[in-house]
Design a protein around this ligand. Sequence first.
Ligand code: NAD
Ligand code: ZN
Length: 354
Amino acid sequence: MIIKSSTKDYRVQIEDSFSFFEPLLQTDNTLFVVDKKLYGLYEKELFGKIPEDKLYLIEALEENKTIETALGVCEKMTEIPGKRNARLVSFGGGIIQDITGFAANILYRGIHWTFVPTTLLAACDSCIGGKTSLNYKSFKNLLGTFYPPEKIYICPKFFFTLSQKDFESGLGEVVKFNIMSGEAGLERIESQMAGLLERRPEVVEEFLRTSLAFKKDFIEEDEFDRGVRIHLNFAHTFGHAFETMSKYEIPHGTAVAMGMIVADRVSLHRGCMDETICTRAEQLLKKIIHVNLDGIDWNMDEVVKAIRKDKKQIDDALTCVLLEEDMKLKVVHDLKREEIETAVREMLQLLRTK
Ligand SMILES: NC(=O)c1ccc[n+]([C@@H]2O[C@H](COP(=O)([O-])OP(=O)(O)OC[C@H]3O[C@@H](n4cnc5c(N)ncnc54)[C@H](O)[C@@H]3O)[C@@H](O)[C@H]2O)c1
Ligand SMILES: [Zn+2]
């Protein structure tokens, strides 16, 4: 798959095996940045072959997604000859992607960058679209640029070692893409959910391809997120709030899955969504949401405050993306506090009943 971009068109390649790794090792002027946990899991099979002076490990923690870590990568890159011809190859999930994309962008005003997403979330969603984001002090994703990798290799074999928590987080975004594509999408994922949860390779690969194809249309039409791309933020206004309120205990995709329940309930109460569709989506989402809700302060003032902090809020009126008649997406700017309260209470009740 080729993604069109104003900086450069880039290719996403899906690989059945790790055979793409050997040629990367032969590339000159390359620094490999690898998620530390991933390194441990695949040292024998892959990463042990990287010469020590070409290797940089980063622990995939939100507190490491900072400008200091990105500058550490830049500094290490100064040891690599070739300057603007230097290449960064990174392996990991969204955290490693964000740090290395930012570093690749600012070093010498842009160097070659190859990314190998190893979480389901990074592979199905974040690896395309070109966003890089860093946390600053208590602000999540405050700093950022647009800088897509030149090449993306996705090998679904990596997903087998993901924890259930991280795999389900990735499924949150996959379900989102399918629900966004209307009743046919909902039906498709309902019928394949068992295979997805078992991580059956052919099922995972089918949804990987359809998720990327779905996102591709939005990011090509609106590369810099000034228009139609906001639709991809469906459920995110609520999801981001739940992520922050849980102090990132709830991973991104899972928070988005919870956000979808809230968004659908708002639509339902506005009379814009069919109750059967809403229930079907909820039954599906319940299968991938396993979180401890009790560690969070669900005081509604806190919920609304967290929603207001979302980057997509432009003024006092609360903005979010909802599904409306016939499961069509719509940006609304008149979200009311009472609507949020009702929908969040109902989401909590639904998730607490087994
Ligand atoms: N740039 C974007 O467009 C974009 C979009 C969405 C999310 N994000 C960011 O991505 C981050 C979340 O990323 P994520 O969910 O992909 O994962 P992550 O990078 O947070 O990693 C999650 C966990 O999985 C581990 N891991 C990675 N690959 C593994 C594998 N193959 N086997 C076993 N363990 C593995 C990591 O060590 C870590 O413990 C957040 O910081 C979020 O803000 C960025
Ligand atoms: Zn997301």
